[in-house]
Design a protein around this ligand. Structure first.
Ligand SMILES: [Zn+2]
Ligand SMILES: [Zn+2]
Ligand SMILES: [Zn+2]
Length: 122
């Protein structure tokens, strides 16, 4: 296994796409320097990118930033800091959170029904 990844391999049954890491914005460094300013990004382990399955939707919970809306400086637990979710193309909003990706009840945690994607699963 090498790290050479093509942009989109659409010939396979599970096409993958290379995206830059949302949490560190592709730098490979810890965005907030929690341990130190030079520590590697805990999400992409310093690579600066992720290889994820296609199709993708933006994470509604963190709005694609990869940063948790609660708990300040940690990565988004819904999308694991990637800023996106692997999700079938769907325009239907999650009936539970109405597309916000945030669970009801005021805890601020991500919606367990859609796992923070804000979209209804088919
Ligand atoms: Zn990263
Ligand atoms: Zn997220
Ligand atoms: Zn939801």
């Amino acid at each position: 296994m090498g790290n050479k990844i093509s942009a989109i391999d659409s010939k396979t049954e599970n096409p993958t796409v290379k995206i830059s890491c949302a949490y560190c914005q592709g730098t490979g460094k810890d965005r907030f320097g929690i341990m130190s300013a030079l520590s590697t990004c805990p999400v992409c382990h310093g690579r600066g990118f992720h290889v994820v399955q296609y199709p993708l939707v933006n994470c509604a919970y963190c709005r694609g930033t990869g940063v948790s809306p609660i708990g300040g400086r940690y990565y988004c637990l819904a999308c694991q800091g990637k800023g996106v979710h692997h999700h079938p193309n769907s325009q239907q909003k999650c009936p539970e959170c109405k597309g916000s990706g945030v669970t009801k009840g005021g805890s601020g945690f991500y919606c367990s029904t859609c796992h923070g994607s804000g979209l209804k699963k088919r």
